[in-house]
Design a protein around this ligand. Sequence first.
Ligand SMILES: [Zn+2]
Length: 184
Amino acid sequence: MPYNVRRSTGKRKGKFFKQRDKNNIDPFLQRVANSGALVFPSQFGERRLIEMEQLPFDMWCKNCDNAIGIRTLEHESFNGIVSKWHIRCETCSTIIVVDTSKKSNDKNFDTNLKLATGILDTGIGETKVNTLLSVVNSPTIHHSTLKRLERVVGPPIENVAQASCVYAIEKEKMMSIASYKSQE
Ligand SMILES: [Zn+2]
Protein backbone atom coordinates (compact mmCIF):
# COMPACT_ATOMS: atom_id res chain seq x y z
CA MET A 1 0.00 0.00 0.00
CA PRO A 2 1.43 3.46 -0.87
CA TYR A 3 2.39 5.59 2.12
CA ASN A 4 -0.01 8.49 1.64
CA VAL A 5 -3.42 6.85 1.45
CA ARG A 6 -6.44 8.48 3.08
CA ARG A 7 -9.13 6.52 4.89
CA SER A 8 -12.30 6.09 2.82
CA THR A 9 -14.55 4.92 5.66
CA GLY A 10 -15.00 5.20 9.42
CA LYS A 11 -14.75 7.96 12.01
CA ARG A 12 -11.37 9.16 10.73
CA LYS A 13 -12.51 9.28 7.08
CA GLY A 14 -10.31 11.56 4.97
CA LYS A 15 -7.31 11.27 7.33
CA PHE A 16 -4.10 9.57 6.25
CA PHE A 17 -3.48 5.96 7.29
CA LYS A 18 -0.74 5.63 9.87
CA GLN A 19 2.13 3.26 9.15
CA ARG A 20 0.97 1.06 12.07
CA ASP A 21 -2.53 0.74 10.50
CA LYS A 22 -1.07 -0.13 7.12
CA ASN A 23 1.12 -2.82 8.64
CA ASN A 24 -2.06 -4.35 10.09
CA ILE A 25 -4.20 -3.94 6.97
CA ASP A 26 -1.83 -5.45 4.41
CA PRO A 27 -1.71 -8.96 5.99
CA PHE A 28 -5.46 -8.72 6.70
CA LEU A 29 -6.20 -8.03 3.02
CA GLN A 30 -3.91 -10.88 2.04
CA ARG A 31 -5.79 -13.27 4.36
CA VAL A 32 -9.16 -12.09 3.01
CA ALA A 33 -7.92 -12.49 -0.55
CA ASN A 34 -6.62 -16.00 0.19
CA SER A 35 -9.90 -17.04 1.82
CA GLY A 36 -11.80 -16.16 -1.38
CA ALA A 37 -14.25 -13.96 0.57
CA LEU A 38 -15.90 -10.93 -0.97
CA VAL A 39 -13.55 -7.96 -0.61
CA PHE A 40 -15.69 -5.38 -2.41
CA PRO A 41 -16.02 -2.51 -1.51
CA SER A 42 -12.39 -2.84 -0.54
CA GLN A 43 -9.99 -0.83 1.63
CA PHE A 44 -8.83 0.72 -1.63
CA GLY A 45 -11.92 2.89 -1.96
CA GLU A 46 -15.13 2.60 -3.84
CA ARG A 47 -14.35 4.32 -7.16
CA ARG A 48 -12.57 2.98 -10.20
CA LEU A 49 -11.53 4.44 -13.55
CA ILE A 50 -12.95 2.02 -16.10
CA GLU A 51 -12.72 1.71 -19.86
CA MET A 52 -16.23 2.17 -21.26
CA GLU A 53 -15.37 0.86 -24.73
CA GLN A 54 -13.91 -2.39 -23.45
CA LEU A 55 -15.51 -3.35 -20.12
CA PRO A 56 -19.09 -4.05 -21.34
CA PHE A 57 -17.69 -6.65 -23.77
CA ASP A 58 -15.48 -8.27 -21.11
CA MET A 59 -18.33 -8.67 -18.62
CA TRP A 60 -19.33 -11.91 -20.27
CA CYS A 61 -18.80 -15.57 -19.35
CA LYS A 62 -16.98 -17.31 -22.20
CA ASN A 63 -17.96 -20.69 -20.74
CA CYS A 64 -21.78 -20.46 -20.71
CA ASP A 65 -22.28 -17.30 -22.84
CA ASN A 66 -24.09 -15.31 -20.14
CA ALA A 67 -23.55 -11.84 -18.73
CA ILE A 68 -21.59 -11.55 -15.48
CA GLY A 69 -21.98 -8.83 -12.85
CA ILE A 70 -19.84 -7.05 -10.30
CA ARG A 71 -21.96 -8.29 -7.35
CA THR A 72 -20.29 -11.71 -7.59
CA LEU A 73 -16.78 -10.20 -7.44
CA GLU A 74 -14.62 -12.70 -5.52
CA HIS A 75 -11.29 -10.91 -5.49
CA GLU A 76 -9.72 -7.70 -6.73
CA SER A 77 -6.03 -7.11 -7.34
CA PHE A 78 -4.31 -4.01 -8.69
CA ASN A 79 -1.74 -2.96 -11.25
CA GLY A 80 -1.33 0.79 -10.69
CA ILE A 81 -4.88 2.15 -10.68
CA VAL A 82 -6.10 -0.69 -12.95
CA SER A 83 -8.13 -3.42 -11.26
CA LYS A 84 -8.07 -7.10 -12.08
CA TRP A 85 -11.49 -8.45 -11.10
CA HIS A 86 -12.06 -12.13 -10.45
CA ILE A 87 -15.82 -12.50 -10.98
CA ARG A 88 -17.78 -15.71 -10.42
CA CYS A 89 -20.35 -16.47 -13.12
CA GLU A 90 -23.76 -16.85 -11.42
CA THR A 91 -24.83 -19.47 -13.97
CA CYS A 92 -21.87 -21.86 -14.21
CA SER A 93 -19.62 -20.70 -11.29
CA THR A 94 -16.61 -20.22 -13.57
CA ILE A 95 -14.22 -17.48 -12.40
CA ILE A 96 -13.81 -14.85 -15.13
CA VAL A 97 -10.87 -12.44 -14.91
CA VAL A 98 -11.65 -8.92 -16.15
CA ASP A 99 -9.20 -5.99 -16.40
CA THR A 100 -10.59 -2.46 -16.08
CA SER A 101 -8.23 -1.19 -18.80
CA LYS A 102 -7.05 -2.37 -22.19
CA LYS A 103 -3.41 -2.91 -23.10
CA SER A 104 -2.10 -1.38 -26.32
CA ASN A 105 1.22 -3.12 -25.83
CA ASP A 106 2.02 -6.32 -23.92
CA LYS A 107 3.50 -4.66 -20.86
CA ASN A 108 1.43 -1.71 -19.65
CA PHE A 109 -2.22 -0.87 -19.22
CA ASP A 110 -3.40 2.21 -21.15
CA THR A 111 -5.03 3.77 -18.07
CA ASN A 112 -1.75 3.64 -16.13
CA LEU A 113 0.17 5.12 -19.09
CA LYS A 114 -2.42 7.90 -19.42
CA LEU A 115 -2.09 8.65 -15.71
CA ALA A 116 1.72 8.84 -15.98
CA THR A 117 1.39 11.13 -19.04
CA GLY A 118 -1.09 13.32 -17.15
CA ILE A 119 1.27 13.60 -14.19
CA LEU A 120 4.14 14.74 -16.45
CA ASP A 121 1.83 17.06 -18.38
CA THR A 122 0.38 18.80 -15.32
CA GLY A 123 3.69 18.91 -13.47
CA ILE A 124 2.22 17.50 -10.26
CA GLY A 125 4.15 14.85 -8.38
CA GLU A 126 3.32 11.39 -7.07
CA THR A 127 2.29 12.73 -3.65
CA LYS A 128 -0.28 15.13 -5.10
CA VAL A 129 -1.72 12.62 -7.54
CA ASN A 130 -2.12 10.03 -4.77
CA THR A 131 -3.73 12.60 -2.52
CA LEU A 132 -6.14 13.45 -5.33
CA LEU A 133 -6.90 9.77 -5.99
CA SER A 134 -7.48 8.99 -2.32
CA VAL A 135 -9.75 12.04 -1.88
CA VAL A 136 -12.03 10.67 -4.62
CA ASN A 137 -11.81 7.22 -2.94
CA SER A 138 -9.97 5.62 -5.81
CA PRO A 139 -7.03 3.19 -5.58
CA THR A 140 -3.68 4.98 -5.44
CA ILE A 141 -0.50 4.25 -7.40
CA HIS A 142 2.79 3.09 -5.90
CA HIS A 143 5.72 5.44 -6.52
CA SER A 144 7.89 2.66 -8.01
CA THR A 145 5.10 1.76 -10.50
CA LEU A 146 4.83 5.41 -11.42
CA LYS A 147 8.59 5.72 -11.96
CA ARG A 148 8.53 2.69 -14.27
CA LEU A 149 5.60 4.17 -16.27
CA GLU A 150 7.29 7.57 -16.50
CA ARG A 151 10.31 5.90 -18.09
CA VAL A 152 7.94 4.52 -20.78
CA VAL A 153 6.02 7.73 -21.55
CA GLY A 154 8.89 10.19 -20.90
CA PRO A 155 10.99 9.75 -24.10
CA PRO A 156 8.05 10.17 -26.59
CA ILE A 157 6.94 13.35 -24.72
CA GLU A 158 10.51 14.70 -24.85
CA ASN A 159 10.67 14.01 -28.60
CA VAL A 160 7.40 15.88 -29.24
CA ALA A 161 8.57 18.79 -27.04
CA GLN A 162 11.89 18.94 -28.88
CA ALA A 163 10.19 18.87 -32.32
CA SER A 164 7.83 21.61 -31.15
CA CYS A 165 10.78 23.77 -29.97
CA VAL A 166 12.57 23.34 -33.32
CA TYR A 167 9.37 24.30 -35.16
CA ALA A 168 8.91 27.40 -32.95
CA ILE A 169 12.52 28.52 -33.51
CA GLU A 170 12.19 28.04 -37.29
CA LYS A 171 8.93 30.00 -37.34
CA GLU A 172 10.43 32.84 -35.30
CA LYS A 173 13.39 32.99 -37.66
CA MET A 174 11.12 33.20 -40.74
CA MET A 175 9.01 35.92 -39.14
CA SER A 176 12.10 37.95 -38.20
CA ILE A 177 13.43 37.72 -41.78
CA ALA A 178 10.00 38.70 -43.19
CA SER A 179 9.75 41.63 -40.80
CA TYR A 180 13.30 42.77 -41.62
CA LYS A 181 12.62 42.57 -45.36
CA SER A 182 9.37 44.54 -45.04
CA GLN A 183 11.28 47.34 -43.29
CA GLU A 184 13.79 47.65 -46.14
ZN1 LIG B 1 -20.83 -19.01 -16.96
